[in-house]
Design a protein around this ligand. Structure first.
Ligand code: GAL
Length: 713
């Protein structure tokens, strides 16, 4: 495969590959070699063109230190290649073998209480450890040299879901690396003391060597600056760990594509070096698992949300692990995709930017900590409905791939996302408020259910294709974004700022100007006079999506409902709404229109939601947090005026719609996420590429049915 250099990171970036990767992660080391040929033949018959292998097989590649054995995987690659199937190889660093952890116990990750990980599961090694990094380079080099001339190894995945099991570590070597990172970032200890606020609680240092890793609540709260820098450090260390591998792989064979399969995105700054080093992002999709973990509103909406979040980092992506069946580890199990649903979920991935999909996994394991994580075929080696569905999906996508590749997902409404500093700034001082993402989820969910083209985008990306941009409580607004958002507005865009925007600087210090800071105040015509806490009706003071896990040790116990005594209301349009989480009282410049005002208690009459015309567009300021009702009303009142309308009017419940487009094509994906057939009205004229039939007006979809309509232009 001849690799094309990827374009810079952008939500509007298609993949740099000329073929659609279709396949499965495959573990030949888990089955008898006698099964391999039949596996390869069945894969080929199903339409598999690529498998991914090796991510947990370091002990096979290097059974003793310095002794490398590639025979097993060489034979597996060869048999697959005879069936026309290529291999993506993985660096196996998620599971260093036992000889390594015995001989170099200092590579083990250490938890907040100082306990080293024990050997026996995975992700037990500390990616910040220089000793582990040296071993990672060694195994990567050995594998790269071995496979550099094998034409069937077409690309690489680095490690496996870095930081997903745990991202933090408190090893003695981590402390030294953290000190080096800080010395490099600040130069002098005085600069660090200023940034972290050393005069507060006597947290000043005389020297970088005195600095500890921040341990929340041992006994009290460390400085937000200290915590923010620890997470910046973890992200930089994760990127450096990966960079070692990327450098070696690129030097060995510049035609290989390289990606990473992201899981939970903890302490990964994808728009930084981590993402810039890669050709594209891989995003593992387990919608039922994610939905049960976070209760974000049904697994279909959750899948769409996750895909839209991840697209913001780097554009189109592949799904190296797309859920296929029942999933479990010893402590949990997930809901099971029903007949037709595995294909529908895979279509959703394509609809929202996947240019490659691999079903996890080809076969289920008979041993180990995932014996009930089902694959495409069953434990008894019989291909049943999941095989048939995978096969149908692979053949369908192969038939339309030339139309799909090169298109990007349309977005009318962008939600600011993919910014490491803002996500972390919230976590350093959450005070029970929703995170930017939790708040944005309400708007995304409303748009998803109503067929509005909405996704996430970073302010440094190309904003010109959007009609509106919502900034969800980004406290660390950066000066370098001002020109881009102002140009966006002057050219006709609608910018929506929200409570607390721009109120901290890069050190996590509160700004010394009146909020939202001079530039955003000038743009919006709004200044914040006062803010205070609000609790939602019947609420406990904690946002429903608020999960202790997201806050680590800062999670306070839930407040009893009886603590809710004060309610604040505001108007928008001709309706009154109960506020949640925070109120801000606003003073407005003369050219500002008040769209909504506080309507009770001492706040009555003070502006709550405002709009100011700037050039051809407008800047809206929302002095509170979203609720589902406010999200809906904002769409009706503010976004409708910005020209945002559903892609399909009167979208039936449970049907999702999105568009992938290029200059010469527009593909509308209409997917039934429910178990009952549905009639979708108002479908524009075109041809359903999956059936080859013309469509216009009403479209009948079976249970979990899918249509990909090439719209007439
Ligand atoms: C992913 C991981 C896989 C497998 C899968 C199912 O997060 O990358 O190795 O564990 O989940 O649990």
């Amino acid at each position: 495969m001849n690799r094309k250099k990827p374009a810079p990171l952008s939500v509007w970036r298609p993949l740099n590959l000329d073929h659609f990767l279709l396949g499965a992660p495959h573990y030949p080391e888990h089955v008898d070699e006698g099964c391999w040929r039949r596996d390869a033949e069945r894969m080929a018959a199903a339409g598999v063109n690529t498998v991914r292998m090796g991510e947990f097989a370091w002990h096979i590649f290097e059974p003793r230190e310095g002794r490398f054995e590639f025979g097993l995987f060489d034979r597996a690659i060869e048999i697959l290649s005879q069936a026309g199937i290529d291999t993506i190889m993985c660096t196996p660093t998620a599971t260093p073998p036992r000889w390594l952890t015995v001989n170099y116990p200092e590579v083990l990750r250490v938890d907040i209480n100082g306990r080293a990980s024990s050997h026996g599961s995975r992700q037990h090694a500390d990616t910040t450890s220089p000793v582990f990094r040296a071993h990672s380079r060694r195994i990567t080099r050995a594998m790269a040299e071995h496979y550099r001339d094998n034409p069937r190894v077409i690309g690489w995945q680095t490690d496996n879901e870095l930081n997903t099991t745990v991202s933090e570590t408190f090893a003695p070597s981590t402390r030294l690396e953290f000190q080096k990172y800080l010395q490099n970032a600040y130069g002098t200890i005085e600069a660090l003391n200023f940034a972290w606020g050393g005069h507060f609680w006597a947290t000043a240092y005389d020297d970088f060597s005195q600095i500890d890793l921040p341990r929340p609540l041992m006994p009290s709260y460390p400085s937000p600056g200290h915590v923010q820098d620890y997470h910046r450090f973890l992200a930089a260390a994760t990127a450096a760990f990966q960079h070692d591998q990327v450098e070696i792989l690129r030097a060995a064979n510049p035609d290989w594509f390289i990606f990473h399969n992201l899981g939970q995105l903890a302490d990964i700054d994808f728009r930084g070096q981590f993402g810039q080093d890669l050709d594209f992002i891989g995003f593992d999709i387990y919608p039922m698992l994610y939905d049960e973990m976070r209760r974000t509103g049904g697994h279909a909406a959750t899948q769409a949300l996750h895909l839209d979040i991840c697209r913001a980092y780097s554009g189109n992506f592949i799904v190296p692990e797309q859920s296929s069946g029942f999933g479990s580890q010893p402590g949990f199990s997930t809901m099971t995709p029903e007949p037709g649903e595995m294909r529908r979920m895979a279509m959703t991935s394509v609809a929202r930017g996947a240019d490659g999909v691999m079903f996890f996994r080809w076969r289920p394991a008979h041993f180990g900590a995932e014996i009930y994580w089902m694959g495409v075929i069953d434990h008894d080696d019989v291909p049943r409905r999941r095989y048939d569905e995978a096969s149908r999906f692979f053949h369908e996508i192969a038939a339309i791939k030339d139309k799909v590749l090169g298109t990007v997902v349309r977005m009318d409404l962008g939600i600011a996302g993919a910014d490491f500093d803002n996500q972390e700034a919230h976590k350093t001082y959450p005070i029970g408020l929703p995170s930017p993402l939790e708040d944005a989820t309400l708007l995304h969910r409303h748009c998803y259910h109503n067929g509005i083209a909405c996704g996430f985008i970073h302010p440094e990306d190309d904003l010109s294709r959007l009609k509106a941009l919502y900034i969800p409580h980004w406290v660390m607004w950066k000066d370098q974004w001002n020109d881009a958002v102002e140009t966006f507005v002057r050219n006709g865009g609608t910018l929506i700022l929200s409570a607390l925007s721009g109120t901290r600087d890069e050190n996590n210090h509160i700004i010394r100007e009146q909020a939202p800071g001079n530039v955003l105040a000038a743009l919006s015509g709004v200044k914040v006079v006062e803010f205070g806490r609000v609790v939602a009706e019947g609420g406990s003071g904690l946002f429903p999506l608020f999960r202790p896990a997201a806050m680590g040790a800062y999670a306070p116990p839930p407040l009893p409902a009886s603590s809710v005594e004060r309610k604040y209301f505001f108007t928008l349009g001709n309706e009154e709404f109960q506020a949640s989480h925070l109120y801000e009282l606003l003073e407005t410049a003369p050219d500002v229109e008040v769209l909504g005002a506080w309507s009770n208690r001492f706040a009555a009459g003070s502006p709550a939601i405002t709009a100011r015309k700037v050039g051809q567009g407008q800047v809206v300021y929302v002095g509170t947090y979203l609720t589902p009702q406010l999200a809906e009303k904002l769409v009706d009142v503010v976004l409708a005026k910005a020209g945002i309308a559903p892609l399909l009017p009167d979208l039936p419940a449970g049907v999702e719609v999105s568009i992938r487009e290029a200059d010469d094509r527009r593909l509308m994906f209409v997917l039934n996420t429910t178990e009952t057939p549905v009639m979708v009205p108002n479908v524009p004229a075109g041809v359903d590429l999956l059936t080859g039939k013309p469509v216009a007006g009403a479209l009948q979809l079976e249970a979990y049915g899918c249509a990909v309509i090439a719209l007439n232009l």
